[in-house]
Design a protein around this ligand. Sequence first.
Ligand SMILES: Cc1ncc(COP(=O)(O)O)c(C=O)c1O
Length: 387
Amino acid sequence: MQIAERISNFQESVIRKMTRLAIQHDAINLSQGFPDFDTPLALKEAAVKAIMDGNNQYSPTWGHATLREALAEQYTPRLGWPVDPEKHVTVGCGVTEAMNAAILAVLNPGDEVIIIEPAHENYIPSAIFAGAKTVAVPLEDEGYRLDPGRLASAVTPRTRALILNTPHNPTGRVFDDEELAGVIDVVVRNDLVLITDEIYDRILYDGRQHVFPGSLEPLKDRTITVGGLSKTYAITGWRLGYAIAPTDLSAAVRPVHDFLTVCAPTPLQVAAVSALNFPQSYYDQLVADYHERRALIMGILRDIGFRAPEPEGSYYIMADYSQVPAPQAEWDSVRFAIWMVEEVGVAVVPGSVFYSLPGYGDRSVRFAFPKKLATLRAAEERMRRML
Ligand SMILES: Cc1ncc(COP(=O)(O)O)c(C=O)c1O
């Protein structure tokens, strides 16, 4: 029996494996990025209503009209160009599918796509699906800044695209104007397509405002803006994401999405419109709650001896454990994370899985904190026992 060479190096996603181990060992799961609190009642009711109202068949492949219209209305001012729901919006099964569709739409076999590491672990498999190769640019060791010089030096004659995730998983960075200027320079100078992953665009701290890279003048006609609803509305299981792009790029993404999944779940798309119409107070509360969680987990981690830059956005902390006063602090990140889930009872993700570059992330683990304060306190209690 033949197995495709293309996928011969694929293994179970380490992030999802850590969730599996967390269940197996009854550990507190701070590994995979999903909330342990529920989605708002109004949204659950909207989903039930959508089903009862008979929205149970395929929707138009590009997305249910009401959702595309709502997205177009929101993204027109965000991107600064008239987003047309008939042409520019494609709704897919999560950011995961939208990113796959964008990557498959843009890259030929043998092409190179630049990713910034540490990176969400789906980008490399997506590139492999397209027969393309990722070229990784590491963020700087101190503070995880993006060095424009390093970015520029990753370009080769085969480079066709750049993937940019901001706010960033796993470091919590929100790339600033200087870093975005470096992105603009590399993308425009080399005629690249920019594919953004902006799934955390509503979770920023300390008054920061999300900059939509596709709104920046030099990037407007060459950016596929990918976003999703999983994180903002605590509906990671609903599988709703989207790609918004100018006409030619959108026309390329749409048939890929069509043949990948036909459409995202129709009743959930209908319900999602009510999420997009939530009042500003919902987003203010979301951000206030995340500030509280960030303050709690940062305090806990610092007390225990982890060192980590405070996240500027998203809900992750990449924490260096080499100063934790425990003999295991000598171990590499995979061994350390396995020990944490099996013995300490707290699941985290080994830092090295966010890198294809050898030797990086070896003394770090990622904590995800979209959790109840009680969950974070319970994790603290267990982690104190490791000292
Ligand atoms: C950066 C990033 N992109 C994409 C995803 C997956 O998003 P979705 O649930 O919309 O497929 C995640 C989930 O953790 C993520 O952190």
